[in-house]
Design a protein around this ligand. Structure first.
Ligand code: CP
Ligand code: NVA
Length: 306
């Protein structure tokens, strides 16, 4: 198994297709407890945005590997008082073995990674959410037994989750369709990168037509219409995004055995109806659980756990 020892994960395309498959395989084995790994290392969490799943799943994953976690809350460290990133990064580098960062600008994460020699993991930026997509792909693979050749349709905002999904699906040999309202497109550079990974073998389709995009999909996926940092625009977005809600009618256009995913937290009645998220095709709780298994595999691989 190719380990990712010492590597950063700043975006999903930092992984090759083979490395992604191997991580998912390791996560599957860790989940079934066919594989047990151990490392006595320390993970730092530096989160400038709220988090339930990412914070708890990283913490539990590290504990289960036999390691320790320090939650570096910005308001109790010098970060909130403006200590420069390059200084914080070089200091944390001397104490920690790995650092997971949740912040706004991707550039901030990249500056951290540049100045810290330890591995740095993207725990969500405005541009990408790669750890989420590892869990999503694990969930899809568990349900369908494969990833290759499946079609995932994401409807909603062309945000961090949409960006990483395009890369993840392309790396996994899946087709991906992103249906979004005009003015809310995913990142153009990431679209190009995903298309170059897909390289004519699979499709990366952008559209404004949610209904056509949902047809024949095996996976329907959505996320909030206003991400963290965009809350003040939330009300303006409600009418614009209404045609992009996952409801029973949209779900009826997908494959009969399609599953529904949402990274959570969800706003019932906005991007997804209560009926769909609580319905039999929703796999959102398995998806949330898989954050733990996928990130445990990632940490184990980066830290060379044995
Ligand atoms: N999906 C996700 O990242 O959830 P949190 O914001 O709770 O970490
Ligand atoms: N797009 C959402 C994902 C939350 C997990 C956000 O950035 O707020």
């Amino acid at each position: 198994m190719t380990a990712l020892i010492g590597r950063d994960l700043l975006g999903l395309a930092d992984l090759s297709s083979t490395e992604l498959q191997e991580l998912l395989e390791m996560a599957t084995q860790l989940k079934s407890q066919k594989l047990q790994l151990h490392c006595n290392k320390v993970l730092g969490l530096l989160f400038s945005k709220a988090s339930t799943r990412t914070r708890v799943s990283f913490t539990v994953a590290m504990y289960q590997l036999g390691g320790q976690v320090i939650d570096l809350l910005p308001n109790v460290t010098q970060v909130s008082r403006g200590e420069p990133i390059q200084d914080t990064a070089r200091v944390l580098d001397r104490y920690l073995d790995v650092l997971a960062i949740r912040t706004f600008a991707q550039q901030e994460l990249e500056t951290f990674a540049h100045y810290a020699k330890i591995p740095v993991i993207n725990a969500l930026t405005d541009l990408e959410h790669p750890c989420q997509i590892l869990a999503d792909l694990l969930t899809i693979q568990e349900y369908f037994g494969t990833l290759s050749g499946l079609t995932l349709t994401y409807v909603g905002d062309g945000n961090n989750v949409a960006n990483s999904l395009m890369l993840g699906c392309a790396l996994a040999g899946m087709n991906v369709k992103i249906a979004f309202p005009s003015g809310y497109a995913p990142d153009a550079e990431i679209v190009e990168k995903a298309r170059s990974i897909a390289a004519g073998k699979t499709e990366v389709i952008l559209t404004h037509d949610a209904e056509t995009a949902a047809k024949d999909a095996q996976v329907l996926y959505t996320d909030v219409w206003a991400s963290m940092g965009q809350e003040t625009d939330a009300d303006n977005r409600l009418p614009i995004f209404q045609p992009y809600q996952i409801n029973q009618q949209l779900l009826s256009l997908a494959d009969a055995d399609a599953i529904v995913l949402h990274c959570l937290p969800a706003h019932r009645g906005e991007e997804i109806t209560d009926e769909v998220i609580e319905g039999s095709q929703s796999k959102v709780w398995d998806q949330a659980e898989n954050r733990l298994h996928a990130q445990k595999a990632l940490l184990a691989s980066i830290l060379g756990a044995k």
